[in-house]
Design a protein around this ligand. Structure first.
Ligand SMILES: Nc1ncnc2c1ncn2[C@@H]1O[C@H](COP(=O)(O)OP(=O)(O)O)[C@@H](O)[C@H]1O
Ligand SMILES: [Mg+2]
Length: 445
């Protein structure tokens, strides 16, 4: 669609603040609304959460504080008659709403087009099975695995993929119903748990690549097929710990140029295969530390938690630019905010290091297992910039507000830290402090 064909744009926000979907989507939504509005488009915003910046009266042209349900959205569509809906800046909630409204034919009935991501692209990225098939079809590397509705099917997949396995509940939030399966005897229990936690009674089984290095690329594509990597992010915590619970570093620190270039081309191919024609996406990868083999973990065809981080790290406002390319502008038409001269088609490069450390609040959640895993448990994060990795890491530790102002051998509340080798293997919130002591003590890595 050409920008001139678009008058009114409907944008859903992400609703209540929950683990995995917090203030970053207020930030991205607000950026998108402001950018599109400044170019003369009329913005209709819907969010059930009034405690956001985006719902301030002067941000959008019309703001609805209504439940984020298909029924409420249809009523708003009838009244406001938007030309298009931009569902990619309101987190998972925005995408889910777009999917339901498309499938029920509501968008077609009212002549509303989806911009930023089509129904096909959203489904190909969100449905693990469809994503798998799409990747296979295009010869793109993914871990072995598949869905199972019963034990017999699970055994078949397990035989193909080999142990250890990661078993999760399909179509459940985050990593609900997840377990690691090291031996065939443990499979039955894991499948029962996965099936029980899944709304469609399906367990998702995957070859476990626990311990591989984990990466994310924040990428952007426009309608003229210009493609940029905005930022590469390396997780200090390897595969097995959710990116939202990992200490992350930008730009990636331990990739060879070959590995990085391969990841870059793969990200581009994933975007085309899934069918994201315009907008931003987040592609997650795992790299075998032994031989550098790369597999694709998942892709989010929308602005994500990591794109807020990447925007702050690089100064490249991902949500703003994703909104503009979705509306039909091309990257070479958009000026880079930082330089004021170059265009958004240039890939940002940074000569400093950015470190994110998640912030947990297990003391507020009685009975929750504080061990970190494939389901996100953090409630916030701190971000620090430094000339070097140690400088950025130290600044981030200082910002955590857990009563420790440096990584110097003491722990939270400045209490002395003790560790055993077993504890170093156990991913918990305080592991960073224990690992630091172990390195100081000369424990072999
Ligand atoms: N095959 C696997 N083996 C080991 N760990 C995995 C595997 N797949 C995913 N994970 C871990 O689980 C986390 C969440 O998985 P992901 O597929 O990204 O789902 P989500 O939609 O919750 O982000 C990842 O960040 C990674 O650490
Ligand atoms: Mg993920």
């Amino acid at each position: 669609m050409k920008p001139t064909d678009i008058h009114t744009i409907l944008i859903p926000g992400s609703g209540p603040i929950v683990i995995g979907q917090a203030a970053e989507f207020d930030y991205s939504g607000t950026q998108a609304v402001k950018a599109l509005r400044s170019l003369g488009h009329r913005i209709v915003l819907v969010n059930s959460n009034p405690a956001t910046i985006m719902t301030d009266p002067d941000i959008a042209d019309a703001t609805y504080i209504e439940p984020l349900t298909p029924e409420a959205l249809e009523a708003i569509i009838e009244k406001e008659k938007p030309d298009v809906m931009l569902p990619t800046v309101g987190g998972q909630t925005g995408l889910n709403l777009a999917m339901i409204l498309s499938e029920r034919g509501v968008l077609a009935k009212h002549g509303v087009k989806l911009i930023g991501a089509s129904l096909t692209a959203i489904k190909a990225a969100e449905d693990r099975l469809l994503f798998r098939e799409t990747m296979k079809e295009h010869g793109l590397p993914i871990p072995e695995g598949g869905p199972a509705y019963n034990f017999a099917e699970a055994q078949e997949i397990a035989a193909q993929a080999g142990y250890p396995l990661l078993v999760r509940a399909s179509f459940a939030m985050g990593g609900t119903g997840a377990s690691w399966v090291y031996q065939p005897e443990e499979l039955g229990e894991a499948i029962r748990k996965g099936i029980a936690a899944s709304p469609i009674g399906q367990a998702w089984i995957e070859q476990s690549i626990l311990g591989w290095k984990e990466y994310e690329l924040e990428v952007m594509r426009d309608a003229a097929d210009n493609f940029v990597v905005v930022c590469s992010i390396e997780n200090l915590d390897p595969m097995g710990i959710h990116t939202g619970d990992s200490i992350t570093v930008a730009p990636a620190q331990t990739l060879t140029d070959r590995e990085y270039q391969r990841m870059r081309s793969l990200a581009r191919q994933v975007m085309s295969a899934v069918g994201v024609e315009t907008g931003g996406a987040n592609v997650q990868f795992a790299v075998d530390p032994v031989d550098g083999r790369i597999v694709i973990i998942e892709m989010n065809p929308r602005v994500s938690r990591s794109s807020a981080l990447a925007s702050k790290a690089t100064g490249f406002p991902i949500a703003k630019i994703a909104a503009l390319v979705a509306a039909g502008y091309t990257l070479d038409q958009i000026t880079n905010d930082i330089t004021g001269v170059t265009k958004a088609a240039f890939e940002p490069s940074i000569d400093y290091v950015v470190v994110k450390i998640p912030r947990w609040a297990f003391e507020k959640f009685q009975g929750v297992d504080p061990t970190l895993g494939p389901q996100m448990k953090s409630v916030g994060e701190v971000l620090a910039l430094g000339r070097t990795f140690p400088e950025a890491l130290q600044k981030a530790v200082q910002s955590l507000e857990i009563g420790v102002d440096a990584l110097d051998g003491s722990g939270p509340k400045r209490e002395p830290i003790a560790y055993t080798l077993d504890e170093l293997c156990l991913p918990r919130a305080e592991r960073l402090f224990k690992v630091y002591c172990a390195i100081e003590d000369g424990v072999a890595l």
